[in-house]
Design a protein around this ligand. Structure first.
Ligand code: FO1
Length: 330
C-alpha cells in the first residue's frame, strides 16, 4: 500500500471514505509538523491530530480540526481570567531566550497560555497534555504519537515527518509571524513576503518515515507551500521522493483552489497558483489526479475525476482515481 503525506485537510478528507481502496491498517500517513506550536505548555500538532481524530471517528468534520461536540471549560476560563486581568488575547510569544531554552521540539514557536489564542476543547487538551507529558518523560514525537494512536483506538500508522523542531514562519510587511499567528489570529490576511521553515536545514525525517517512503507515495490535495513545504525542505525527505513513485492529487482546478490559503501562499512564494504551478513545484511527481474540469495539460500521466471531497462517496471516488494513477507509475 502507498504512504500518504498529510497537511491541513486534503489527505484526511481523501482518506475519510477510502477504506475499500486503501485499508487504514495498511495505509500509513506521514504528517507535517511545521504548523505545530507550544501553547500554554501544551504541544499542539494540528496535522497529526486531524488524521488521528479522523481515524478515531472523533474529528469535528465541520471545521476539520479538533474533536466533535467538545466542551471548552478550560479555554473559556483562560479567556475570562485574561479579560479580568486586562490582558489582550492576541498571540503572546514567550521571550526570545525562552524560544530556544525550553523543550527542544517547541523551538521558535512557544506561546503563553494567557488568553489562549487557539480554540482548544477539553478532550483535545487532554490529547495535547498526554503528548507533552510523554515527551517530557523522554518519548520522541513519533513515540508519543503511537501512544495517542493506541489510546484513541486508531489502526493506521500515523507518523510525524520528523522528531526535530521545524517551524513555519511567515514574513509579512509587519514582521515575522508563526503560521498559527498568521492563520488563526490574523485570518491569513497579512500580505505574505516569504515563507521559511526554521530548523528544516538541521532536521531529519525519522527512520520510520524514510522506511515508509520506500513505498509509493500519495500527496493529497494539500497546500504545497505550508503543508508539504516543511517536508520538502528536508533534503533526505526530498531525495526519498525522487527515488519512489509519487502520485499527486492537485489542490487546484486549473487556477481555482478548493479551500484555504494555498493560492495566496503559492503566489507569494513565486509559484503560479494553479495545477501547473503545483506540478512545477513537485518536479519529482510521476503522475497526477486532476479534476475533470481541469484543462491543464501535464507532460506526466494524468487521471481525471471529480476531485470534490465533501462526502465519503467523494473520497471513495478520488481514492479509486489515485489507485489508477499508481497503476500507471508503479
Ligand atoms: N484553526 C482555526 O482557524 N482556529 C482555531 O482556533 C484553531 C484551533 C486549533 C486547535 C487545535 C488544532 O489541532 C487545530 C486548530 N486549528 C484552528 C486548525 C489549524 O490552525 C490549521 O488549520 C492547521 O494548522 C492547518 O493544517
Amino acid at each position: 500500500m502507498p504512504t500518504f503525506l498529510a497537511g491541513g485537510t486534503g489527505t484526511p478528507k481523501l482518506l475519510h471514505g477510502a477504506a475499500a481502496t486503501f485499508p487504514p491498517a495498511e495505509t500509513p500517513v506521514v504528517a507535517n509538523t511545521g504548523d505545530d506550536i507550544e501553547l500554554a505548555g501544551h504541544l499542539i500538532c494540528p496535522d497529526l491530530d486531524t488524521q488521528l481524530f479522523a481515524d478515531a471517528g472523533e474529528l469535528d468534520t465541520e471545521t476539520w480540526w479538533g474533536i466533535a461536540e467538545e466542551t471548552t471549560t478550560t479555554h473559556d476560563a483562560l479567556h475570562e481570567f485574561a479579560e479580568r486581568a486586562g490582558f489582550d488575547t492576541t498571540p503572546r510569544y514567550l521571550d526570545a531566550d525562552a524560544q530556544t531554552s525550553g523543550r527542544r521540539l517547541a523551538r521558535w514557536r512557544r506561546f503563553s497560555g494567557v488568553g489562549e489564542f487557539m480554540h482548544i476543547g477539553d478532550r483535545d487538551r487532554a490529547v495535547h497534555l498526554t503528548r507533552t507529558g510523554r515527551i517530557d518523560e523522554g518519548d520522541t514525537l513519533t513515540e508519543a504519537t503511537a501512544v495517542l494512536r493506541d489510546a484513541l483506538g486508531v489502526e493506521r500508522t500515523i507518523l510525524p515527518m520528523s522528531d526535530d523542531p521545524v517551524a513555519t514562519i511567515i514574513r509579512t510587511p509587519g514582521g515575522e509571524q508563526h503560521f498559527q499567528e498568521w492563520w488563526v489570529a490574523n485570518g491569513g490576511e497579512p500580505t505574505v513576503e516569504e515563507v521559511t521553515f526554521r530548523g528544516a536545514g538541521r532536521a531529519e525525517p525519522t527512520p520510520e518515515v524514510l522506511d515508509r517512503l520506500t513505498d509509493p507515495v500519495v500527496i493529497g490535495p494539500s497546500n504545497p507551500v505550508t503543508s508539504l513545504g516543511p517536508m520538502l525542505a528536508m533534503d533526505a525527505f526530498r531525495d526519498a521522493l525522487e527515488s519512489t513513485p509519487v502520485v499527486v492529487v492537485s489542490p487546484f482546478v486549473g487556477s481555482e483552489v478548493f479551500s484555504g490559503p494555498a493560492g495566496k501562499l503559492m503566489a507569494a512564494t513565486g509559484h503560479e497558483p494553479s495545477t501547473a504551478g503545483t506540478a512545477a513545484l513537485y518536479d519529482f511527481a510521476d503522475a497526477f489526479v486532476l479534476d475533470s474540469e481541469d484543462e491543464t495539460n501535464l507532460a506526466r500521466p494524468t487521471v481525471r475525476t471529480d476531485t470534490t471531497l465533501d462526502t465519503p462517496e467523494d473520497s471513495a471516488r478520488v481514492a479509486r482515481a489515485v489507485e489508477r494513477a499508481l497503476g500507471e507509475v508503479g
